[in-house]
Design a protein around this ligand. Structure first.
Ligand code: OAD
Length: 254
């Protein structure tokens, strides 16, 4: 089923438009990754304070690791969905398309997006608390919890917890791209967690056309020029179909 799309948005679906795609948990929901808030949200069942803060990890590293190991195993069994794949098509079509995500699941990469600004880290990164070394570890079902570094120190998940700073370079690049873009998509995020949730407002202040894609209106709706209500795995492929029409008509004109 198609959603109504404005002529303004259609007019922006040309290769020269500078695009930012900003995603949250909703873009992975159709793959089977649970969202955090709202219906069936993780934070209805689990407490942030017990699983996603430095204090929680200090108090009970094994418990926190069990939860991350469970998420790693879950994500390793599922596949990117049509929404992730549509984002790859966006990158191919637009000369400038910057993908920014709050997701740690790595599904944008697995769909084929090379460059992703990961504001909340990566489920597949681990970092040593003793030597500080970060590395990728794709093992699902880690053999012992908490896992250890080669130096003997304890590893922590390479994600950003509540109360921690975002990776500075990724966030600076995200803000920079947001300030420069013409078209900003806020996709599948409740836009409730700051500083990432500032991005739709920054885009709006700098004159971008802001489009929210969500199954319901989020906090970003206030900043949006247009709201496309529905699943990202259905709406984004619809936009890709428009890109293909645009591409075909520009070839005919040549
Ligand atoms: P949330 O769980 O807060 O929001 C998910 C959003 O996705 C909601 O607005 C849903 O309406 C929407 N949604 C659900 N299914 C969808 C679908 N198929 N298509 C489109 N939209 C859909 O997730 P985030 O906004 O990503 O942080 O949460 C932000 C941060 O809070 C996360 O990165 C995580 C979390 O606690 C940390 O762990 C630091």
């Amino acid at each position: 089923m198609s959603v109504p799309v404005s002529s303004k948005l259609r007019s922006l679906l040309v290769p020269s438009t500078r695009v930012v795609v900003f995603t949250g948990a909703g873009v992975s929901a159709e793959s089977g990754v649970p969202v955090f808030r709202g219906r069936n949200g993780i934070w209805n069942e689990f407490r942030v304070e017990e699983l996603a803060t430095p204090a929680a990890f200090a108090a009970d590293p094994r418990k926190v690791w069990e939860w991350y190991d469970w998420r790693r195993q879950l994500v390793s069994r599922i596949e990117p969905n049509a929404g992730h794949r549509a984002v790859v098509e966006f990158e191919r079509f637009f000369h400038s398309c910057v993908v920014i995500t709050q997701n740690v699941d790595g599904l944008h990469n697995r769909a084929g997006t090379q460059q992703v600004l990961k504001l909340h880290g990566d489920l597949w990164e681990v970092r040593c608390l003793s030597c500080g070394l970060s590395r990728t570890d794709l093992t699902s079902a880690l053999p012992s919890l908490p896992p250890s570094c080669d130096c003997g120190g304890m590893l922590r998940p390479g994600v950003v917890w509540f109360g921690e700073n975002l990776p500075l370079l990724a966030f600076e690049r995200a803000v920079d791209a947001t300030e420069r873009c013409d078209l900003f998509f806020s996709i599948g995020t409740s836009a409730e967690v700051y500083p990432a949730a500032h991005l739709p407002g920054i885009a709006r202040q700098h004159g971008a056309y802001v489009v929210e894609v969500n199954v319901e209106r989020s906090a970003a709706a206030e900043m949006a020029d247009e709201i496309l209500l529905g699943k990202s795995g259905e709406i984004l492929p619809q936009l890709v179909r428009y890109l293909r029409v645009e591409e075909a008509s520009s070839v005919e004109e040549m």
